[in-house]
Design a binder for this molecule. Structure first.
Ligand code: AP5
Length: 214
């Protein structure tokens, strides 16, 4: 099964994609987290991406398309994409790659949330500097404040969760990524999901759109 989660920053793509991938035996392909992990590891990709990440800018299409092509090829059991595609060029390249592999897209799920709630989720988000696990100070707190439950790493705010970068990311979402909703709606691959409510409620809404798992 091949699924895309679309939606603005803070709508819960990463949270839901991780869970969906676990439940459905898919690879969770989170491009933002791949870039952040590359930066933590100091790789060539990480160094290239660093300035884009901090400023809330998009990493160039050519870099992202190459990266995602490789990742999809090495996940023959299917992927749940989170953070890709973000531009029309990326969406077209994804369709081409999946067609070459004979694995057409099953569904693009768009998470919808009012802006005030997006900002509340983003401002309370904390991520582990060690393993990248995601928390929220109110909705998904760690057991010990500022310490990751999974690896004991230190939790901090993402550099791009500062107000200026958030405003830039939301602007780019509206300009470059929101038009993809029409791209997927045109041939009926899009489903819109209300992302209000707790993680479990939102997950049930998404799961109800997918074929019953065996
Ligand atoms: P990326 O990491 O993909 O960030 P994003 O798209 O900006 O999305 P977010 O991570 O902000 O939000 P989310 O929807 O995943 O929400 P989450 O589940 O964390 O990209 C970062 C950067 O990488 C980009 O700006 C760009 O520079 C680069 N990049 C990545 N992909 C690229 C591409 N394809 N092309 C070019 N550049 C690319 O949830 C948010 C918070 O809310 C969390 O704290 C969570 O615990 C909490 N939460 C989640 N669900 C709920 C709920 N139901 N109730 C209460 N709290 C909740």
């Amino acid at each position: 099964m091949e699924i895309i989660l679309l939606g603005p920053q803070g709508s819960g793509k990463g949270t839901q994609a991780a869970r969906l991938a676990r439940q459905r035996g898919l690879v969770h392909l989170a491009t933002g987290e791949i870039l952040r992990a590359a930066r933590r590891a100091g790789t060539e990709l990480g160094n290239l991406a660093a300035s884009y990440l901090d400023a809330g800018q998009l990493v160039p299409d050519a870099v992202m398309i190459d990266l995602v092509r490789q990742e999809i090829r090495s996940a023959p059991g299917g992927v749940c994409l989170d953070g890709f595609p973000r531009t029309l060029a990326q969406a077209q390249a994804l369709d081409e790659t999946l067609a070459e592999l004979g694995r057409p897209l099953d569904l693009a799920v768009a998470l919808e949330l009012p802006e005030a709630m997006l900002l509340e989720r983003i401002s309370g988000r904390r991520v582990c500097t060690g393993c990248g696990a995601v928390y929220h100070i109110v909705y998904a707190p760690s057991r010990v404040p500022c310490v990751c439950d999974a690896c004991g790493g230190r939790l901090e705010q993402r550099s791009d969760d500062q107000p200026e970068a958030v405003a830039q990311r939301l602007r780019l979402y509206r300009e470059k990524t929101a038009p993809l909703l029409d791209y997927y709606a045109r041939d009926r691959r899009l489903r819109e999901v209300d992302a209000r409510g707790d993680v479990e409620e939102v997950y049930r809404r998404i799961d109800a759109l997918l074929p019953v798992s065996s």
